[in-house]
Design a protein around this ligand. Sequence first.
Ligand SMILES: C[S@@+](CC[C@H](N)C(=O)[O-])C[C@H]1O[C@@H](n2cnc3c(N)ncnc32)[C@H](O)[C@@H]1O
Length: 234
Amino acid sequence: MYEIATTFLPPVCRCSTSWQKMAAMSMMDKPDAGHSLPSSEACERNKGPIAQVLREWLPAGAQVLEIGSGTGQHVVYFAQTFPDTRWQPTDTGDYLPVLRARVTTEGGKNIAPVAELDVCRPVEWAACFDTVFTANTVHFMSIEAGAALFRVAGQALSENGLFIVYGPFNYKNQFTSPSNERFDAWLKSTDPERGIRDIAWVDEQAAAAGLMLQGDIEMPANNRCLIWRKGAAD
Ligand SMILES: C[S@@+](CC[C@H](N)C(=O)[O-])C[C@H]1O[C@@H](n2cnc3c(N)ncnc32)[C@H](O)[C@@H]1O
């Protein structure tokens, strides 16, 4: 039976709870019908191309931890697209109400109840996921939080597990497009600690977390999908 990491789950799920029991719990939180949820247009555009990458890389029956699930559009779509996989959506406090509402109203049985996860909060991790996925998070985080993201992924992954990261990255400290440069300026105007990171820097964080780069895939709109494997020697 599928058992999810219990160390970071909300109090109601802290015991060693089965997948089926948690799915039943999530139904209790179902919000009123008729309310439209916030949606990201970028998610709608990029979910198809990301799914093509996932189709190639996700292990059969993957147990996926998503970090920074945001509006929940990705987890709902990927769980529908890959029905043999199981997904654990997470995010920090501010995003949780919308994420919970989307998962409970639109999500299927292969999505666990949303869990709160701030990568900067020290927690004990059970290495029980074979895949960790995150989209558009690294550049929204400070350097410290970005480094913590890789540590958390490394701890959450079982041996040979994959860390799949979607978003914009720089190469040799150069932006890959004028639009990414403008985006970086906008990010820094919202918070000077945010910014598009260099591929060399993220790979250093990954290596420190025991992850080896396996793929760097060009995506639409000057984004990349970076894929690391835990413990891979080559
Ligand atoms: C631009 S949103 C991306 C959301 C979604 N993944 C997407 O692609 O639309 C950035 C996400 O990073 C998350 N995030 C920022 N700092 C975080 C942290 N310290 N721990 C976990 N998630 C964090 C935010 O809560 C938010 O969900």
